[in-house]
Design a protein around this ligand. Structure first.
Ligand SMILES: C[S@@+](CC[C@H](N)C(=O)[O-])C[C@H]1O[C@@H](n2cnc3c(N)ncnc32)[C@H](O)[C@@H]1O
Length: 214
């Protein structure tokens, strides 16, 4: 992992121009200072997710670690009938609520504070987990990527419908061997989607239960 670049990246994300407005897949959200931006200048994980999943017709969707609320809004605008957007960061929850209201989607998307699944009570057809990938970005919140991911996999079964799908993102700077180990150990099967950019290879793991676990 290139920590010099990561420090630069972290500092850059708190500069004017990197908060304010962000547009991905034709949807523009407001991003408050200190809230993670889905803008392609900051990350490719959000864009890659929108490139691989675009039909949420009739689905219930959980956006875990929603940040600005972008992915929940994207899912609702692509057919999801009910979305839940949660984040551990109070500012993100406020930011996501504002964006949801701006899109007049408060009847479809509920937003609340939750440490991963802690406050989530129901099951979902789709879970989008664009969570911390690299530790230096998240140590302030005490959210270390492998620990967060392990908790994600410990609880995934109880929050995903039997034929549901979950999507978790990573990059070539993330701990991919550990992520793969957790997926295999949790009994899920995965399909890898990836896109190579000059700064990194970006990954989304599409997770589902094997037929014998449905
Ligand atoms: C990489 S950002 C992605 C934000 C958003 N999903 C997007 O695509 O723009 C990760 C988000 O996860 C949140 N987060 C980190 N640890 C968390 C946890 N334990 N529970 C819930 N959210 C968490 C962070 O506050 C941040 O908003």
């Amino acid at each position: 992992m290139n920590s010099l670049f990561l420090n630069f990246w972290k500092e850059r994300n708190s500069r004017p121009g990197y908060y304010g407005k962000a547009t991905v897949a034709g949807i523009t959200v407001n991003v408050h200072k200190g809230v993670y931006s889905p803008d392609p200048k900051c990350t490719h994980a959000t864009t890659l997710l929108t490139n691989i999943v675009s039909d949420f017709t009739g689905k219930s969707v959980l956006d875990l670690g929603t940040g600005s609320g972008f992915l929940a809004i994207y899912a609702a605008k692509h057919g999801a009938t009910r979305c839940t957007a949660v984040d551990i960061q109070t500012e993100a929850v406020e930011n996501a609520r504002e964006n949801v209201a701006n899109f007049d989607l408060s009847g479809v998307i509920e937003v609340f504070e939750s440490d991963l699944f802690d406050e989530v009570t129901r099951k979902y057809d789709v879970i989008l987990a664009n969570l911390p990938i690299m530790d230096p970005e998240w140590t302030d919140l005490n959210q270390f990527a492998n620990r967060v991911n392990q908790r994600f996999f410990d609880e995934l079964d109880s929050k995903l419908e039997a034929d549901g799908k979950a999507y978790i993102s990573s990059t070539s700077w993330g701990d991919l061997p550990e992520l793969k180990r957790m997926i295999v150990e949790s009994g899920y099967q995965y399909k890898i989607h990836s896109e190579e950019l000059p700064d990194a290879v970006w990954y989304v793991f599409e997770l589902s239960r094997p037929n014998d676990r449905l």
